[in-house]
Unconditional design. Sequence first.
Lengths: 289, 122, 292
Amino acid sequence: MAENRKKIAVLSGKGGTGKTLVSVNLAATAGNSTYIDCDVEEPNGHLFFKPEICREYSVTVPIPVVDQESCDGCRICSDFCRFNALAYVKDKLLVFEEVCHSCGGCVLLCPQKALKEKEKPVGTVKEGFSGSVLVRSGILNVGEASGVPVIQRLLELPELEESRDGPIFIDCPPGSACIVMESIKDADFCLLVAEPTMFGVHNLNMVWELVRVFKKPFGVVLNKCMRQEQNPAETFCLEKKIPVLGRIPFDPEWGRLNAEGRIVAREKEECQRLFASLLETLMREGETV
Amino acid sequence: MKIALPVDEKSGNSTVCMSFGRTPYFMIYDTETKESIFLDNSAAASQGGAGIKAAEALIHEGMEVLLTPRCGENAAVVIKAAKIPMYRTKGDSIQENIDAFLKGTLPALEEIHPGLHDHGGK
Amino acid sequence: MKQILILSGKGGTGKTTVAASFIRLAKAKVFADCDVDAPNLHLLFPQKEEPQKNLFFGLPKAKIDTTLCTSCDLCRQHCRFSAISKDGNGYHVDPFACEGCAVCGALCPVGAVSFEEAPGGDLFLYCGEGVTFSTATLRMGSGASGKLVSEVKQQIKEASKKAALVIVDGSPGIGCPVIASLSGADLVLIVAEPSLSGISDMERIIKTAGIFGTKIAVCVNKYDTHMENTEHIKRLCEGLQIPFAGVIPYDPEVLRAVNEGRTIVEKDCPAGRAVLEIFEKTIPLVLGECVV
């Protein structure tokens, strides 16, 4: 990806806070931007953009394959494997693909060179356009353990067009585990989406810790704000001196449009203005506060 | 004949464990000597592939028949590769199940469940 | 003993709201929070006594002794997880990236690589006042969430034997933690959201749960935010012969209840009454022996 383009990761400690709403609407408002959906277990961004797919890639991981003729049953491989992916039974070496972590150890250690690797598909990455936005989605096949290889592919794809110069929005998976870390690794800025509930604060706390450990500049956008209601998330940000970059109101009409998979900023002027303002703030934000 | 069962405690009076791969212990009952040995299931602590490791260990110990309430698909592959028959236990009494097997009233284990991929999935 | 697991596929649909209400209504003595990434149940069920705490360990992670290291670079070249790097001070392992595969240890010619157990999470077991409540948090960088979920469920195993009904608040998504939560469940209640994303996620979770052959029921939260999508979900369930347990209207009281630390069924409001009806429809599905 072009080094001079600003990469903004959108994350929250929990699902359903509005990560996709925020990242999709920001990307749509910016135009000439790239939207990357790293929530590979439950991707949703493409439902809003409905992009015209122009490229599709299979994401694969290397899995060992055994030449039974060369195998002499020494069991060095199955004893070594930390993931119990190999078992030697009745003169045959069995490989269990779903528990294999693709570390390559067994292949390296086999004294008879009886193990080679084949590529196993674990997911897909698709690219397409929605207006001027380049949309990239990754999906992990049901039953596969780790979304990390798919996220890595998503973030490493070479740029389709050199002329694209808008910001890159990374719609992260919920939580703060490994797949989230993988998604924010190269981000220039992290935008945390917070909900005005006690749960929301608890989860915001977790993801706040994460961005600080990774030393990323960050700010918060408060979602589902209701007037005259106490907002525990706002209180939290005040106490911890976390910059609040924007407030998205709870609006049933916006909620309805969102539920229909429509990009609210492309249909409601007030929404467009809100996101344009948030975008402007984000592009200005640079250094750690 | 050596009959293996997953058990909750190291005693013949204990109960049959609900899980195969993550049972704390296995019991192997020898129909000829009428003696039982108990094995710690080292695979229980594995992140993943517990059933695979447990199956491999039991085969190594000379198991010839397995009585269990359920079995994961990966463990089943190992056990079937070793041509060891599996029977489905009923209730949790160890003695009752062994007796039922010897009488021929235990059904063969047909449903194999997908692996419980507890293996560091991110 | 019967176990009900509440799942949603997507996060934020109201899984914990429903699970907490069920616990309250059933006066459940045994319950667990399997959302180890972002546990919330303990916020609604604060316990007086300190819990039993246990560290959860994932696979041991590699550590390089720079005094023994000869900089042959074999470890870094073969690490598939980009966990080994070199800087002015020598070779280092990034504990967040290390998966514990031990290839580096096997290749090191001078034995400079050792493996240390790294705490991957914290398990909590509350056993006060006749209630057994199991929960855990995954530590940052840990990958073994599926195994931690298994541990959370293992903690209630003994107590479950004496309980009539056990309620488990499941994990979001469709991956390993969800699969791990499914083990031992007699009924899965899916809380769905009437949005395109919500329906897409619901279908994936039905597929995942279906693989296990577990009984499934579905309810729709915030149904009045999109009536057409709610009808679509009802038809989907009919087609799949999945019992439809009911709908919950959008209700601002839900938010207030959470902020007050109460479950919605403790408030006299539309959402509270709806959840009660869903509870009354769901319980016979799991306790009634004659239900096919």
